[in-house]
Structures are given as C-alpha cells and as structure tokens.
Design a binder for this molecule. Structure first.
Ligand SMILES: [Zn+2]
Length: 536
C-alpha cells in the first residue's frame, strides 16, 4: 500500500502532466499547428535520427513519423531558429517537413529516446564494419549454423552476422524480402537462391534501417527504388556491398551484392573455358583494335569474362575506360563509369571517346545508337569489348544487322564472338558414379547429338559441404566464333542465325552444348545442368 502522501504526489503530477499537454494543445491551436503527445503516440524509430542528432538537440526538433515524402517534426520551441537548416536538408533529401507542437516533457522523452537508439544507427558510422575469418570459421560455414546464429543474435549485430554468413557460404547476393509476417532472408549460392530464415518484423526493421543508413539511402523514401553502397573490412581487403531497394506490397525489399575489389577469381584460366576457347580469347585480345563480343542471357557470367580479359589487358601504359550498368567489380587503374539518369551507354560512350582510351568496355549493347558508336570506335583504333543478349554466338551477327549495322562494317572488324552459360559444378566431396537409364540415354543422344552415352555418369549425392545440393561452385560452358573468310563472305548476304551457325561449325566451332557434354563426361557437371542452362 502506498502512503497517502505519495498517492497525492502521483495525482498532482498526473494532473500537472495533463495540464501541460492541454497548454501545448491550445498553443498549437492558436498558432494553427498540429499537436502531438510523443509519450503516447507511436514514434517511427527509423525516422528519429533523420535530421542528425546534433540538429535535433540544437533546435529541439524531433522527426517522429514519415508519411510519403513528408516528415513530421515535433518541437516545443516555436517559432524556432531552424528554418535555414531545415530548408537545406529538405532540398538535399527532397523531403518536406511539417512542424507539430509538443509539450516540453513529451519532447524531453523523445530526446531521451534519441540517445537510447543512437547505437543502432550511428555506431557503424565512424568505424567500418569489420568481419574476421575467425567469425566465419566459428559458426557459420553451413546454412543451418547460420540460421541458428541469426535467431540468437541481437538486431544490432545482425548485419555483421549476415555478411559473415554470406562470405562463409560463398554467396554472391543477400536477399531480404518482406512478407505479411516478417521478412525472408535468402542467399544466392552458385547461382541458386537458398532460404536461410524468416526474420521478425522488428529485426527486419532495424536491419533495413541500418543498411539504408550505411548505404547512404534516403531513410524516409520507401515509395521509390533506391541504389547505394557501403564497404566493410574483411581480413586485409575492403569489400563493397551494392544495395538496391524496391518497394513491394509489404514494404521495401533489399538485394545486397558483394563486390570484391580486384577479385582473385577474375583470372581467365580459372573461369573454366576449354583450352581451345581460352586460346582464341588470348589471341583476339592481342589486337590493338576491333570488336570482341560476349553473348548470353542475364546471369551467364559474360561480364565476369570481360573483366577477366580487362585484368589481362590492364597495364599502366594502356588507357582503359568502361561504361557499365551497374559496376559489378572494381578494377584499380581502370576508369569505370556507371550508367545513370544522365549518362546512358550511348552518350557516355561519346564522352569516353574524347578521353582517348585504348580499350573500351561497354556493359551491354542494347540499341542502334550504342551499336553504331561501338562499331565506329572499333574501326578507329580502339579495342572494344561488350556483351549482347543473344542465345548463341551466331546470333550476335544477326543482332548487329537487326540494329541496322551494315554487314561490311563487321567484316574483318569483329575479332571474336563468345557465347557462354554458367553451370554448377558437381561437389567433389559427395560425387559418385550413377547408372544412366535407357530413357535418359536416348534423350542425351538427341539433345547433345552424340553417338553414345556411357553407362554411368557422375552426380553429387548431397553433403554438408554443398548444403545438400550436390553442387559446389560454377564453371563456364561456351562456344566462340572467330570469323573466317567464308563467314565474312556470307555476312554480306545478311544470313540468318542458322546459316551462320552452320558456317561456324564447318570452320571448326564446337557448339556450346558439346562443350557442356565434354564437361559431363569429365564429371565436372551433370547433363541436366547443361540442358537446363543451354536450352534457351
Ligand atoms: Zn557435396
């Protein structure tokens, strides 16, 4: 039982509080402003630090809720001295503000909250996120361990854990997709998305705010897609994470891509090309000018191959410029220009040419204008590398003609056309020979156009190393056309893809599916994997 005097104190303080709120309310009314009680109405923690704590404290201004592109700011000092500073922020972040009056005690409560939540948002700012190899070794080398670790980790350390998990499992992308309840965390490993766990709404909220903060994204803008990046330290290297957000039905989804700086994986000989194709590439890139094209659908590794080529060509005496959408790897010593709202492939390319480069890499040729400039550049003393969305190498010639490029401009100018796919490699820890049934033999003979199929082929059985998938890592299956005199003659007649394909095979090209079949026979990948990745 409380003593009578303390009950009285409580009653007095409650009524004083009420009185203060009433005063604030009527002051707001007389000023024509809104009123808020920050002790009782919901505060969006992710908006709280929007102005920067220094400005919030200086002017007693608390951002507490964002609606669309408007942020409501509560204050108990009105009119304050804040107009100039707010105008600046409003312009920079393309946000409008709405001032709302609050009582001094409710504002003090929010200022307290500002300090209490500071760690979550600001801790990572001055110091870089650091991830050590020990962290990864300790617990997160497999997906089950990562899942357990995530469930036991406080929200403030979730990002570090997920990044370490992505490195530990060799993931290329981290996907966070909000659903009705919680958000699904998936990692892309060897090209396939694997579900790790479902994060609670609360954990996802903290995590997404932290990612946006680090990546320099607008914390408030949830209605537009945004792109940004941040870097963290792993061992002795700095790794970049590219962040893109997309508004979805249940909130913003995130894709984080791990970018390595000068990655060691970018060696032509380690990508998995057959010796024949690799030799053709090495020969083609010796030329001072001409066009080298790599074709394939999205995710076929064609840009990675071009990077590996640039890695070989990257010498101090060579001026290399790239225009990319987006930049997928950072190469030191290479000037890399991202495509943006102002810079597209065509106009970016024009300004690049004024910088007198020796070697140009164009992320992709999609339109006539870009194709024109690329061909002109390759005819005027530049080595031009680019990619095209075609199904096979022969298709590249037809695509150029479709883009209104005169065939005679291609003759002698196209040095090499590569087509490639990425297939998953059979896991070395659980590989085993498996009997091939008759139905499959018939199908393989037809698809790969081979005379015979062995009685047994190698398959992965699934183990801890490959997360039960039977696959570990990826390799390339490819074909390459170095235009022959015959093909050059044929080009003048605007041939179709099939005619070019026939001419190329006659001239010694090994089609991609056969390159794949070689890798099936060698126990590197499976027939099903090659069929799935080459049948489009
Ligand atoms: Zn395995």
């Amino acid at each position: 039982m409380p003593k009578p005097s303390s009950v009285i104190k409580q009653v007095v303080s409650v009524s004083r509080e009420e009185e203060e709120e009433n005063e604030a309310k009527s002051k707001a009314k007389s000023l024509g402003l809104g009123y808020v009680n920050l002790k009782t109405s919901p505060i969006q923690v992710e908006v709280l630090h929007f102005l920067g704590d220094e400005i919030s404290k200086k002017y007693r201004l608390i951002p507490y809720i964002a609606i669309g592109r408007t942020v409501r700011l509560a204050t108990d000092v009105y009119p304050g001295n804040f107009k100039a500073d707010l105008d600046k922020i409003s312009q920079q972040k393309k946000i409008s503000f709405q001032i709302v009056l609050a009582s001094s005690s409710s504002l003090n409560h929010a200022l307290d909250l500002l300090d209490k939540t500071k760690d979550l948002f600001l801790k990572a700012q001055p110091e870089k996120i650091i991830i050590t190899k020990e962290q990864i070794d300790k617990s997160i080398k497999d997906l089950a361990a990562l899942q357990t670790a995530i469930q036991q980790t406080p929200t403030t350390q979730l990002l570090e854990l997920i990044l370490a998990g992505a490195l530990g499992t060799r993931a290329s992308d981290i996907h966070l997709s909000p659903q009705k309840k919680g958000a699904v965390l998936r990692l892309r490993i060897d090209g396939a998305l694997q579900v790790i766990t479902v994060l609670t709404n609360e954990a996802f909220k903290g995590l997404s705010s932290r990612i946006k903060y680090l990546a320099g994204l607008n914390i408030v803008g949830k209605d537009v897609p945004q792109d940004g990046s941040f870097s963290f330290r792993y061992g002795n290297e700095d790794l970049d994470i590219r962040v893109s957000t997309l508004p979805t039905e249940y909130g913003e989804s995130f894709v984080l891509r791990v970018l390595e700086e000068n990655p060691k994986s970018l060696h032509l000989e380690s990508l998995g090309f057959s010796q024949n194709v690799e030799n053709m590439i090495r020969e083609a890139i010796m030329h001072p000018n001409g066009l080298i094209l790599n074709t394939g659908p999205t995710g076929s590794g064609k840009t990675t191959t071009l990077y590996a080529i640039l890695n070989i060509l990257n010498k101090p005496q060579k001026n290399i410029v790239t225009i990319e959408d987006p930049i997928e790897y950072k190469l030191s010593g290479v000037e890399q220009i991202p495509v943006s709202a102002k810079v597209n492939f065509a106009n970016g390319l024009r300004s690049i040419l004024r910088h007198d480069p020796d070697i140009i890499m164009i992320g992709e040729i999609r339109d006539k204008e870009t194709a024109d400039i690329a061909v002109q550049a390759s005819l005027t003393g530049h080595l031009v590398l680019s990619t095209l969305h075609t199904n096979n190498a022969a298709g590249a010639f037809v695509r150029f003609v479709d883009l209104d490029i005169q065939p005679f401009l291609l003759v002698g100018n196209v040095l090499l056309v590569i087509a490639q796919r990425l297939v998953r490699k059979i896991c070395p820890y659980c590989r085993a020979r498996v009997k091939v049934n008759e139905d499959k033999k018939v199908f393989y003979k037809k698809y790969f156009r081979v005379g015979s199929v062995p009685d047994e082929l190698v398959y992965g059985q699934g183990c801890v190393y490959c997360h039960g998938t039977g696959f570990l890592g990826r390799t390339v299956v490819a074909e390459a056309i170095k235009p022959s005199d015959e093909l050059n003659r044929l080009l003048q007649a605007k041939p179709n893809t099939q005619e070019i394909q026939v001419a190329a095979i006659k001239n010694g090209m090994k089609p991609m599916v056969l390159d794949g079949w070689d890798k099936v026979l060698a126990g590197i990948t499976t027939a099903e994997e090659v069929i799935e990745k080459t049948s489009f």
